[in-house]
Design a protein around this ligand. Structure first.
Ligand code: DAH
Length: 349
């Protein structure tokens, strides 16, 4: 190249063409202007091409030199254009890469972390207590039949106890309903297994109720113990352990006679009020006791439905509302807050 520049000194016309074209190539800042430079200096109307075309008309002794130098200049310019083109493309790519770079060192958007709902926490806490006492978890369907939800629980059709368990029925299937309690799991387990049975059955239940202390869906936990020589003292001892584990060792329980179709005798269990320590307050309606669950000795009629030998085994059962337990433990007043999904409430637990 330097030789060419050197040699061109004797040919000012060609030297100017080469010099100007080389400068234009260097100055082109992008592929588009480089293409314009190519057309200007190597296109058919360019001075170089015109010069090359006029060679045949030159005197014979000048032709060879003019032809060789002209073609060398053209080749040199073509090479320069190619080199410049590659340079421009590379720098364009570098610019794009720099502009579109993702900075992976930036801290990410924080992803909000949730936690277990208070109902689930409470359920797990209760389950832990009973598992510690040797119980195992059993489950049953939320869509139940009339037989398991009522009949086999000693609540035949027309029994007045059915009226407090109004629920949702499946259209066209009068025998299929959303279970009103977890008690049907008792029947399902006893149908499948021989005694001894020690189970708890947590889950959702449904009733046609809606106010500050009732929602159409809520949660219960059922308990069932069937074995030889089971007495009411076992029931009381078991529930006392549960209440003290759940609400504190200072809590006492008491039993009040009650009625449930599937237990005989039946009781309601109260816990000494944790707010006023038994002296009486608004929460316990000045009684000093708060109702927390229903229980009793399994009615022999129920054992009849599952072919258990009532001469050999006895049992106790209990059922509690999870929302109620959680409300007492956390001193809540409105049950509906559980299901409003207001984060200001949910985040507190
Ligand atoms: N199933 C009853 C209800 O939902 C609660 C209950 C009471 C369950 C006594 C029991 C029991 O197992 O023995 O109202």
């Amino acid at each position: 190249m330097n030789n060419l520049t050197e040699e061109l000194k004797a040919h000012p016309g060609l030297s100017d063409i080469y010099g100007e074209a080389s400068a234009d190539v260097e100055a082109a800042a992008d592929p588009e202007s480089l293409e314009a430079v190519r057309v200007k200096h190597l296109g058919r109307k360019s001075p170089l091409l015109q010069l090359l075309r006029s060679i045949p008309k030159l005197p014979a002794e000048e032709k060879p030199v003019a032809g060789r130098l002209g073609n060398q200049v053209r080749a040199a310019l073509e090479q320069a254009l190619l080199t410049r083109k590659q340079e421009l493309e590379e720098s364009q790519l570098r610019e794009r890469l720099a502009a579109e770079q993702v900075d992976i060192t930036l801290p990410g958007e924080p992803f909000p972390r949730g936690h277990l709902h208070l109902i689930t926490q409470t359920l797990w806490e209760i389950e832990d207590i009973f598992i510690g006492l040797g119980y195992r978890i059993a489950e049953g369907p939320e869509v139940e039949t009339d037989y398991y939800n009522f009949t086999a629980l000693n609540t035949p059709e027309g029994h007045p106890a059915r009226s407090s368990h109004d629920t949702f029925f499946i259209e066209g299937h009068p025998d299929v309903l959303l279970r009103t309690h977890t008690s049907p799991v008792q029947i399902r387990v006893m149908e499948q297994e021989d005694p001894p049975v020690y189970i708890i059955a947590p889950g959702r239940v449904y009733r046609r109720d809606s106010d500050a202390t009732h929602t159409p869906m809520f949660h219960q936990l059922e308990g069932l113990a069937v074995d030889e020589n089971i007495t009411m003292a076992d029931l009381k001892g078991t529930l006392e352990v549960f209440v003290k584990s759940m609400f504190g060792a200072e809590r006492e329980i008491r039993m009040r006679p009650h009625f449930f179709p599937f237990t005989e005798p039946s009781v309601e269990i109260d816990v000494s009020c944790m707010i006023c320590e038994g002296s009486g307050c608004r929460a316990c309606k000045h009684i000093g006791w708060l109702e927390i669950l229903g229980a009793g000795m399994v009615d022999p009629n129920v054992f009849g439905f599952v072919d258990y030998d009532t001469d050999r085994v006895q049992g106790f059962a209990f059922g509690m509302g999870i929302e109620r337990i959680a409300m007492l433990k956390h001193r809540m007043t409105d049950l509906r807050m559980f299901f409003d999904n207001d984060l200001r409430f949910i985040k507190q637990f």
